[in-house]
Design a protein around this ligand. Sequence first.
Ligand SMILES: [Zn+2]
Length: 144
Amino acid sequence: MSAISECVLCGCDATGKAKVEGVVVDVCDRCSRFGQPIKNIEYKIRKRKISSSLDESVLAKDFHANVRHAREKKGLTQEELAKKLSEKHSVIKRLEEGWKPPMNLILKIEKFFGINLREDVVDMTVESELDSKKLTIGDVVDIK
Ligand SMILES: [Zn+2]
């Protein structure tokens, strides 16, 4: 192979790369219009959802105290709160004793009281809608 690559379309000295029918090839200036010049390809990283499993590091250590405070502030008994959340009284009772409730219940309580029971966690949904990142000739990656 010579140091200078040849344009696959016409055989003259290639000046860049282009994607022709899905394949990255060397092309010259004139031929690059037949393909999709690599440097103009833009791509976006799709929104990626990191599965948000709730573990103790996420749930605030004193979440149960927070629930109790929020409940008492509203002047609700455990039973009344249970009713409002469509949960069993025992669920609320256990929760205030420090039992780790399932995620849906946590969300329900947070919504009901307008409080946050979790530690400050970086938003679980990574909105990495990066600005269209332009590729340079050097970044010859296979984009599918
Ligand atoms: Zn050419």
